[in-house]
Every structure is written in structure tokens, then in C-alpha cells.
Design a protein around this ligand. Structure first.
Ligand code: SAH
Length: 505
């Protein structure tokens, strides 16, 4: 549906997990002219915004005076009056401790139309992700969302501790860490049982989620001891103990681990998504970028003459994708390969071929050029025209071996991998990582050069195979884990096996 000009949208972005953003919020972000956003919005929340959209941060920043609430209100009004569609994006739900009510009233007063898009509020989301049901047939028939940080300038202190202590259900405190000791004491003094279960959920729904369990009487001390930081919620009530049976996020095999992915962005997303599903915090630190060369004369000639090759070797899924793009540009398609033997260097490449309707004739078990050479031993190549379509900077093992056996080999570079300068934020996020994964020697060389002494020294290095491992050692680093199967699935299996036996840092 999209956003309309002259309207302000007060939009909740959910508690942190990008998957908990609503369809409506994504739709509005994708169509807005301007987005005013807070600190507590999920990573990547703005990725879908239009290229021309203005994205303006209006949250608090340590040491920087934040934009006063009235000024934010004025900007929203001005934006709408200038005929723009304005999204005001807030963490969680805009009407739950989000000052959305104040902004809505200011808009109404100025005669500006608005819409409110609820978000998944932390009080139900962080708790659910911690395995704490805020209501429960046996334990809690009601739930109260309470601020633990009452505005000190308010004349009468709004929190009625007697009433809260007597509340027949779960208490969920937002902004409750700083004054936790005072608040817990006030609740106990007002008659709430100090033995009642309590929990603090830090960074709920995010990869770094952490939960500290205690009782009302001991929660303040536990939170201090465990150095629980913002954002965090405090839950008080018998439901907090249900975690023992219901915790699920923390049980994922990579929960609490930070894994750096160094593949080119175009290839990284599937791998990164799988890691996240397994509970890891993922830092994408692409060290290389893939640059197509299918416009080169070499590639165009090869694509036009593809039917003349009797053996076609492909060495990566990228190569497959680009070869078919080149064929398409030449007005050709998969049928041009009908007469050829097609060899793929490994299962990933074979899968990419299968997506184009080609079942590879030769696929070695191991994902290295030497293995492909071995597998091709059974194929007659003497005097045959062979096309090797691959990266510009690959090794010469394969063409050399085939030429020695009398083949006429054309090596055609479909793409080049060029160094990518990692962003400062990603480099920062990678510090203290548990694992750095390498899927090719070029990523090793480029990343170690780009990072220098900012390479996360704490991390265990996971390599996809011997060639990559060699590059790791050449860069002066130690390979902690080498995959047995030299593809991404193999790398993941090796990482999981290592995480099972490595204690959490
Ligand atoms: N409008 C937001 C709340 C903003 S107030 C919502 O509906 O969720 C900010 C407080 O929300 C934080 O101090 C913390 O108590 C809580 N909070 C927000 N995100 C959180 C998260 N991911 N995990 C735990 N608590 C969170």
C-alpha cells in the first residue's frame, strides 16, 4: 500500500530481532520520504528505504545532547506540511513507553494526519525469547507493564508501590536496571514476597540475549554481579521460573557466539542466515567483492562459440551464474551446452548448474582443483576443446593438467575478486568475536591486510580447506579448525563441532 504524502506514521520497529518487524512497518519504511529513527531499532531496519529517502537519527547518543522531544514533534509536523511522507520509527511499540502518545497529540493539534503502527513490545518479546510466558493459566492471570524509571521531575511520584505489590499477576519493568535495587526494596516493603521468582532479560530477541534468574530479593545483586546492561527488562512473578522448562533461544548451538563472515556480500547472505538460525551473532566483514567480466571480448567470444567446446569446467557458483548471464547476452541458453561434458569443481557449483537445468557429468568429492583433475582422469581430453570458465586470479592446476594431457584449453575469466574495504562499524563489531570463517585464500589475504592489528585476535579461525588454511598460515595466523568437506556446509559442520567442545568466552 505504501505511505501517503503529508502523513506521519508512528511506527514500532519491534524489540531488536529484524524478523519481528511488521509487514506494515517494512512497507512504510520502503516508501517513506523521510525516516526519523531511534537507537533501539533492529539492525538493518532501514535497509529497505528508498535511495533518496532521508534517514535521520534522533535518538540519544552518549555525550551528545539529544534532540528535545518538542523539536522532534516540530520536525514531524514540518515534514508532513511540506508534503512528504514521514515515518517516525521507534523501538518496540510506539505507544508503550515510546512517547508516541505525545507525538500523536502534537500532530493532531497541528492538523497533521497520522497513523499508528503497533510494534512487538519488549515486554512480551524479550520475555517470550527468554522462555517466560507473561501470563499462565496456573501462575498469572494478569500482566502489568511498569516503568522502572519514573520521571524524577514529576511532582507526585506516580508509582503506587502498594498497588504494584498487591497486583495479582506478572510485573514487567521497562527501564528498570538503574533503579532496580530501590524498586525491588520498595516492592518488598510494600508486601511483595521476596522469594518470588524474578529475571532480567538483557538485549532480548537479539543474538546477544542474556537472562539472569533470581528472586525479587536477590535480583538487584544478581544484575549487578552479572553486569546486566541496557536494554534490559525485569520480570517479577512466578512465571519467571517457567524459564527452566521453556528457555529455547539460549539452547541453540551457537547462542552467545559471534561469528565473522568474510565472504563477498553477494554470497554471504545464505551462510549468515543459517548461522543466525543456529543462534550466532553474525558480523559480515566482506573482504572481497565480485566484479563481473562478462563484458570482456574474451568472454563474449567464448559465449558465442560455446557449442564448440566438448568439455566445459566450472569452478564456482559465481562462475555458473555469470556464464549463463554471458550466454543470455549472446542470445544463447543452456542448450548450447548440449554436446559438452560439463564438470563442476564441487557440489555447490553442481547445484548452481542444476538450477539452470544442467546435471554436471563430473563432480569430485573434494572441493579443490586437484580433485577435479583426478576426476577428469577418466574423461578423454586429447585433442579436445576445453573451456575453463572461472575467476581471473585462480590457480593454474587445472589448465596445466589438461594441457599436459593434450587438450586445447581456453581459460576465460568470468569475474575478478577485488578487495573490499570493511566498514568501521563492522570492524568494531568483530572485535571480541568467537570465530572468523574463511572460505577462500583471497579473503584471508585481503582481510588480514585490510585489518592489520584490528584483526580480532580472540577469534578461532575456521578454514574451508587446505588451500585457504595455507593462506591463513602465510598471513601469520593459526588455523584452529579446518573443514573436512570443503564447502560451506562442511565449514558449518566443522564450526558446530568445535563450538560443542569450546567453552563460551
Ligand atoms: N517502546 C519500547 C520501549 C521503550 S523504553 C517497547 O515497546 O518495547 C526502553 C526500555 O524498553 C528499555 O529500557 C528496556 O527496559 C526495554 N527494552 C527495549 N528493547 C529491549 C530488548 N530488546 N530487551 C530487553 N528490554 C528491552
Amino acid at each position: 500500500m505504501g505511505s501517503r504524502a503529508g502523513v506521519v506514521y508512528l511506527v514500532g520497529a519491534g524489540p531488536g530481532d529484524p524478523g519481528l518487524m511488521t509487514a506494515r512497518s517494512l512497507d512504510l519504511i520502503a516508501s517513506a520520504d523521510v525516516v526519523y529513527y531511534d537507537r533501539l531499532i533492529p539492525p538493518g531496519a532501514l535497509a529497505g528505504a528508498r535511495e533518496e529517502a532521508e534517514l535521520i537519527y534522533v535518538g540519544k547518543q552518549p555525550g551528545v545532547p539529544s534532540l528535545p522531544q518538542e523539536e522532534i514533534g516540530e520536525r514531524l509536523i514540518e515534514g508532513a506540511q511540506a508534503g512528504r511522507s514521514v515515518v517516525r520509527l521507534k523501538g518496540g511499540d510506539p505507544f508503550v513507553f515510546g512517547r508516541g502518545g505525545e507525538e500523536g497529540e502534537a500532530l493532531r493539534e497541528a492538523g497533521v494526519e497520522f497513523e499508528v503502527v503497533p510494534g512487538v513490545t519488549a515486554g512480551v518479546a524479550a520475555t517470550a525469547y527468554a522462555g517466560i510466558p507473561v501470563t499462565h493459566r496456573d501462575d498469572a492471570s494478569a500482566v502489568a507493564f511498569v516503568t522502572g524509571h519514573e520521571d524524577p521531575t514529576k511532582t507526585e511520584t506516580a508509582l503506587d508501590w502498594e498497588a504494584l505489590a498487591a497486583f495479582p499477576g506478572t510485573l514487567v519493568f521497562y527501564m528498570g536496571v538503574r533503579r532496580l535495587a530501590e524498586n525491588a526494596a520498595a516492592l518488598i516493603a510494600a508486601g511483595r514476597d521476596p522469594e518470588q521468582p524474578a529475571a532480567a532479560v538483557e538485549k532480548g530477541t537479539m543474538a546477544a540475549q542474556r537472562t539472569v534468574s533470581a528472586t525479587l530479593g536477590t535480583i538487584a545483586e544478581a544484575v549487578e554481579r552479572e553486569a546486566v546492561g541496557a536494554p534490559a527488562l525485569i520480570v517479577v512473578g512466578p512465571v519467571a521460573a517457567r524459564r527452566e522448562r521453556l528457555a529455547w533461544l539460549e539452547r541453540r548451538p551457537l547462542h552467545g557466539r559471534v561469528v565473522v563472515v568474510t565472504r563477498a556480500r553477494a554470497q554471504a547472505s545464505g551462510f549468515a542466515a543459517t548461522l543466525r538460525e543456529l543462534g550466532a551473532g553474525v558480523v559480515e566483514l566482506p573482504a572481497i567483492r565480485i566484479e563481473s567480466r562478462i563484458d570482456s571480448a574474451e568472454v563474449r567470444e567464448a559465449a558465442a562459440a560455446i557449442a564448440e567446446y566438448s568439455l566445459v569446467c566450472l569452478t564456482s557458483p559465481n562462475g555458473v551464474r555469470l556464464l549463463f548471464e554471458a550466454l543470455g547476452a549472446a542470445g544463447s541458453d543452456a542448450r548450447a551446452l548440449a554436446g559438452a561434458t560439463v564438470a563442476a569443481i564441487g557440489p555447490g557449483t553442481a547445484r548452481a548448474l542444476a538450477e539452470h537445468g544442467i546435471v554436471a557429468d563430473v563432480v569430485p568429492e573434494r572441493f579443490v582443483a586437484e580433485a577435479l583433475v583426478e576426476s577428469l582422469a577418466a574423461v578423454e581430453v586429447e585433442g579436445r576443446q576445453v573451456l575453463i570458465a572461472r575467476a581471473a586470479e585462480a590457480r593454474d592446476v587445472l589448465p596445466k593438467a589438461l594441457r599436459e594431457r593434450g587438450a586445447e584449453v581456453d581459460v576465460v575469466p568470468l569475474y575478478e575478486t577485488v578487495p573490499e574495504q570493511p566498514g568501521a562499524d563492522a570492524v568494531e563489531a568483530a572485535q571480541g568475536a568467537d570465530y572468523v570463517t574463511f572460505t577462500s585464500s583471497s579473503t584471508v589475504t585481503n582481510l588480514t591486510e585490510a585489518l592489520g592489528d584490528r584483526f580480532p585476535g580472540s577469534a578461532r579461525i575456521v578454514s574451508i580447506g587446505p588451500v585457504t588454511s595455507e593462506a591463513v598460515r602465510a598471513a601469520g595466523l593459526v588455523v584452529d579448525v579446518e573443514a573436512e568437506r570443503h564447502d560451506v556446509e562442511g565449514l558449518l559442520a566443522a564450526l558446530l563441532a568445535d563450538a560443542r567442545v569450546q567453552p563460551q568466552q
